[in-house]
Write a protein that binds this ligand. Structure first.
Ligand code: ADP
Length: 546
């Protein structure tokens, strides 16, 4: 409808059918195409699998738009480029790429066809744009000859230091709008919170059209599980239940990828590992085996992902917590691209959060404010994992500033199942929470870790308790009748809700993570907030009688 009044409407529809073999547009594709053909800047936020490529590939073939010439696509990954160019050439579209992997002869050959205006699309790596004089001159010549149709910034979140995927090479892109005045810019990404979006919009001229589509992946089932010592056995069981269906297991380190794949194989799962430490030949072999369903499972670091387009991934497992919600969204988004029901699992334990956090804060080569920012992104993931009350989908979407009515989840996440399937009851534990704050107050700063605090609350006599005379405290053991697991959950819940906070302090020998009252502690103490927690139904009577 948006387009039918435009001169290029007929041609666009014809190309959609004849070249791409598609029947109709998906949400926002027509709007994006229309805007760029009108010569306007546009920012497209679309979840993975939403169909971003068509938004720039189709207009590149349109002859009746406002702009003429070649579409330049800046793309961060060579493998991604290769896939796209291969695919386009198969459709008889004149597409080429320029990147550091090409030998100098091929590169200058491509550039000379480009300057003659013989290409419809050209994919360029960001470093080619920022360092290659030849490339820069080619673009200038095209601009002068009026054969530069538009500039596309794919995976645009890479421009932002606040994104999970920042590439310094992408910095140069923030100035293309000045280098090529009048040439429409299209920036596309699958993940953008507000801060990242601001940086992306900054690449365009004032007030670009921002097309944002719901990030809700209705066909994904969400579940967070407690990570115990037998996590790999549990994962093996999941994989075996899926039979020969495809899955991805995201691991935190290269070592984890290797050992997990090996253990899975010993359980009879067809698994291989993938990480940046492998040579590129092995990497593409592993990817291809999996892509073509010869191996069923890949145990991978987050290096595995961008550019893979396998429609029938039935499950994604995070064996360790991801470092931020954007990454989590992208990685889980690789499941169920064909629209069929798929499941995503996240294995979490609080101790791992503390480890990752310490690692982030101690990364010496990273600027301090970026380190702190990264820690704040990690905190959000911890809060997500600890929250056993709110709909997972609602929580994920909230991160992208999208509101979601959890009644629409239809029991497609563990929390909704538990809450509405009534296997759990929600109880108000505000008064118990106040005791936690009080006990920290009586202990004082820089004294206890979360574990020690849990010990004190549940009345465990440890060496540390005895040495520091914590057993003499009035509130020592005040939650002992609730059991250690409950106390642990309560303390972590309070940490995730900012009633408590953890902080790292370095003394002469080592760094220690302590806990103290957080920003919301006084709200709690003044009855301005309530703390609720879920309990399995069988425990209900025991709890109530306590
Ligand atoms: P993204 O880059 O947003 O992750 P892609 O551009 O790779 O998504 O598209 C994902 C899949 O959706 C591709 O297989 C593509 O062919 C398909 N697709 C894109 N647009 C349409 C459409 N209008 N109708 C049907 N399928 C589409």
């Amino acid at each position: 409808a948006v387009m039918s009044s435009k001169g290029w409407y007929k041609e666009v529809i014809q190309i959609l059918h004849a070249k791409f073999g598609l029947n109709s547009f998906r949400p926002n594709q027509a709007e994006a195409i229309n805007e760029t053909l009108s010569g306007q800047d546009v920012v497209v936020l679309m979840p993975t699998g939403g169909g971003k490529s068509l938004c720039y590939q189709l207009p590149a073939l349109v002859k009746s738009g406002t702009t003429k010439g070649t579409t330049i696509v800046i793309s961060p990954l060579i493998s991604l480029m290769e896939d796209q160019v291969y695919h386009l050439k198969n459709l008889n579209i004149k597409a080429e790429m320029v990147n550091s992997k090409l030998d100098a002869d091929t590169r200058s050959e491509v550039i000379s066809t480009l300057v003659k205006g013989e290409l419809e699309l050209v994919y360029i790596s960001p470093e080619m744009l920022s360092i290659s004089r030849v490339m820069q001159m080619a673009l200038q010549t095209m601009y002068d000859k009026h054969i530069l149709a538009r500039i596309v910034i794919d995976e645009a979140h890479c421009v932002s230091a606040w994104g999970h995927d920042f590439r310094p090479d992408y910095m140069a892109l923030t100035k293309v709008k000045n280098d090529y005045p009048g040439i429409p810019i299209m920036a596309l990404t699958a993940t953008a919170n507000n801060q990242v979006l601001l940086d992306i919009v900054n690449c365009a001229r004032p007030n670009p059209l921002v097309l944002k589509q719901s990030f809700n992946r209705t066909n994904l089932l969400y579940e967070v599980r407690k990570k115990g010592p037998k996590v790999v056995n549990e994962i093996a069981e999941i994989c075996l239940n899926y039979g020969g269906k495809s899955g991805i297991i995201y691991c935190r380190s290269k070592k984890d990828c290797e050992t997990t794949a090996e253990k899975l194989r010993s359980h009879g799962v067809s698994a291989e590992h993938y990480h940046a430490g492998l040579d590129s030949e092995t990497r593409s072999k592993v990817q291809k085996n999996w892509q073509e369903s010869r191996t069923h499972v890949v145990c991978a670091t987050i290096a595995f992902g961008m550019g893979i387009d396998k429609p029938d991934v039935r499950y994604v497992i995070h064996m360790s917590m991801p470092q931020n919600m954007e990454g989590y969204y992208q990685e889980t988004g690789r499941a169920g691209r064909d629209g069929r029901m798929s499941k995503v699992y996240l294995f979490y334990k609080f101790g791992e959060y503390l480890n990752i956090r310490r690692m982030i804060l101690e990364e010496q080569e990273v600027q301090r404010d970026i380190r702190e920012h990264k820690a704040s992104l990690l905190l959000k993931v911890m809060q997500y994992c600890e929250n056993t009350v709110d709909c997972r989908r609602k929580q994920v979407l909230q991160y992208f500033n999208e509101t979601f009515d959890s009644r629409l989840c239809e029991m497609k996440c563990d929390n909704c199942v538990a809450m509405r399937g009534q296997t759990v009851v929600c109880q108000d534990v505000t008064e118990l929470a106040k005791d936690v704050v009080r006990i920290l107050e009586s202990i004082g700063m820089d004294r206890v870790t979360d574990q020690q605090c849990i010990d004190i609350l549940s009345g465990r006599m440890t060496t540390r308790t005895r040495e520091s005379n914590y057993n003499k405290l009035k509130l020592f053991g005040c939650l002992s009748s609730y059991g250690l697991t409950f106390v642990e959950r309560l303390v972590h819940d309070l940490l995730s809700q900012d009633v408590l906070e953890d902080y790292t302090k370095r003394n002469s020998r080592f760094a220690q993570t302590y806990i103290r009252q957080g920003k919301k502690a006084s709200n709690l103490m003044h009855d301005k907030m309530r703390i609720k927690m879920n309990f399995p139904k069988s425990n209900e009577t025991r709890k109530a009688s306590n």
